[in-house]
Design a protein around this ligand. Structure first.
Ligand code: NAD
Length: 483
């Protein structure tokens, strides 16, 4: 059972962590590496615990727990252990001014201090541990606030963390909205938040009171653009995977598809085929299909479906007791501007498929949305070069890659061409939104940057004072002009 941390303890926890930071112990690279190794051990030795709790919270399949929760978190800890000496090294700076030519100039990479990490429930391990290892590697202390909507995993993290990490430096605080609101009244040196944009605004407003910098990893509507020269079955497999993974509860999921009208029908057929091959004809019985997190989200999604102006051409079934919504494909919309599925991020297993006449229309559509997608997912073929060679000037290879037409005319946190959100899974690439989909980037080296302050240091010497005086100090030259 997940216990809320009493609100009256927060000032004391913050105070203790600040004192621990001031002790300077986290400055030691050896200490940081040792704590990172303990994170690795925690994840490695408790795989079965997390498989169970994430199943209880989300019915997430074992392979997905291993591949999208434990695996990336361990990999990131391992990377930071092995790259810490390089990342922590001060950076030499080449000066521009002759007067500083002889001086030592460099950036220190200083820890920020006390970090608050608040995460969402959809990846309840990854979204805690990826930022946490960044905070540890950089010599910070941290308070971790797991999402209360994934209570089994939050309880496991609460129990395990003090057994592996030094509680003088890393603590877990639990609670819902009242507790989080109280926690946000404390002063932190950085807040790292993953969740929706409404709460993102609450975080930013609370942080503003203390001038605390924030990283916000938010959501948005991410389109997939499918052009007719694609291998439709390959595209459909990837799109169906990218929409129905984790029951559609992925921040960079394919939120809707813009498909060239010429191939709408075969594409929808290919989507149906892909989805059936993944989850069978009765997806409620599939071990590989997750569940909606809680009733409110279930009600929001089923209401969207009940009020859609489109036609459900696949799926559509739901079971409230089981928090099950079948993988669902909707097309044939009669009132797109007012379509419930197009008003906000869907964050569930429903895929609108919308025909477009060309890439310009697709771009107009994407750019008309007030949501800036965290992940823009254009699809183009590498399988049909003959068709490709017959297409017009705006063939997709040209518009996406050579002319950068799609990229130049859109705005998004990241892009994967010919697949779904794979740039987010590649931890060597920085990850983060832009505009309403978030601010700040992390993963790999970017995590090191986000939790450190590049402190400019110049070391001058005390010699040559006569030269310095002639150039720098008043009275200035005899040729000074009177104003
Ligand atoms: P959530 O409601 O569980 O919120 C996350 C955190 O915010 C929790 O710790 C919760 O306690 C806290 N919180 C909730 N309401 C609050 C309030 N009123 N005041 C203060 N704190 C509050 O998670 P969610 O927002 O439902 O998560 C889904 C959203 O997160 C989607 O929009 C998704 O796209 C986004 N997301 C983004 C990423 C990313 O990396 N960009 C990853 C996962 C999810």
């Amino acid at each position: 059972m997940l216990q809320n941390t009493p609100v009256d303890q927060y000032p004391e926890i913050v105070n203790e962590l600040r004192q621990s930071f001031n002790s300077g112990i986290t400055r030691s690279l050896e200490f940081r590496k040792q704590q990172l190794r303990r994170v690795w051990d925690l994840l490695d030795e408790n795989v079965d615990v997390f498989i169970k709790t994430i199943h209880q919270d989300l019915r997430k399949p074992v392979q997905e727990v291993l591949g999208t929760e434990i695996g990336p978190s361990k990999e990131e800890a391992y990377y930071l252990i092995n790259n810490l000496d390089r990342l922590a090294k001060p950076e030499k700076v080449k000066g521009r001014y002759l007067v500083n030519a002889m001086e030592t100039k460099y950036y220190r990479k200083d820890a920020l201090g006390l970090i608050l990490i608040m995460s969402s429930w959809n990846y309840p391990v990854q979204l805690i541990f990826l930022p946490l290892v960044g905070a540890i590697a950089t010599g910070n202390v941290a308070i971790i606030k797991p999402a209360e909507l994934s209570p089994h995993t939050a309880a496991a993290i609460t129990e395990l963390l003090p057994r592996y990490l030094d509680p003088r430096f890393f603590r877990v605080v639990n609670g819902g909205i009242p507790e989080t609101t109280a926690l946000l009244q404390q002063r932190f040196d950085h807040i790292f938040y993953t969740g929706n944009g409404h709460v993102g605004r609450v975080i930013l407003a609370a942080a503003a009171k203390h001038l605390t910098p924030v990283t916000l990893e938010l959501g948005g509507k991410s389109p997939a653009i499918v052009m007719p020269d694609s291998d439709l079955q390959v595209v459909a497999n990837r799109v169906a995977f990218g929409r129905f993974l984790n029951c559609g509860q992925v921040c960079v999921a394919v939120d809707y598809v813009l498909v060239h009208e010429k191939v709408l029908e075969p594409f929808v057929e290919a989507l149906k085929k892909a989805t059936t091959s993944f989850y069978g004809t009765d997806p409620q019985q599939s071990k590989d299909y997750a569940r909606i997190i809680y009733e409110r989200s279930f009600a929001r999604l089923t209401s969207m479906l009940a009020n859609t102006t489109g036609r459900v051409v696949y799926g559509g079934q739901s079971d409230k007791e089981d928090l099950f919504i079948a993988p669902t494909i909707v097309t044939g919309f009669t009132d797109l501007p007012n379509e419930p599925l197009m008003q906000e991020e869907i964050f569930g297993p429903i895929l609108p498929v919308i025909p477009i006449s060309d890439v310009d229309e697709a771009l107009q559509f994407v750019n008309a949305s007030s949501h800036i997608p965290p992940s823009l997912l254009p699809e183009e073929t590498t399988h049909c070069p003959s068709i490709f060679s017959r297409t017009t000037k705006k063939s997709l290879r040209k518009v996406i890659i050579s002319d950068n037409f799609v990229l130049d005319n859109t705005h998004s946190g990241g892009v994967t061409v010919n697949d779904i959100f794979m740039h987010a899974q590649e931890l060597a690439m920085c990850f983060g939104g832009v505009g309403t989909s978030g601010m700040g980037k992390y993963h790999g080296d970017a995590s090191y940057d986000v939790f450190t302050h590049r402190r400019a240091v110049m070391v001058k010497n005390q010699g040559l004072e006569a030269v310095v005086a002639a150039i720098k100090y008043p009275p200035y030259s005899q040729n000074s002009v009177d104003i």
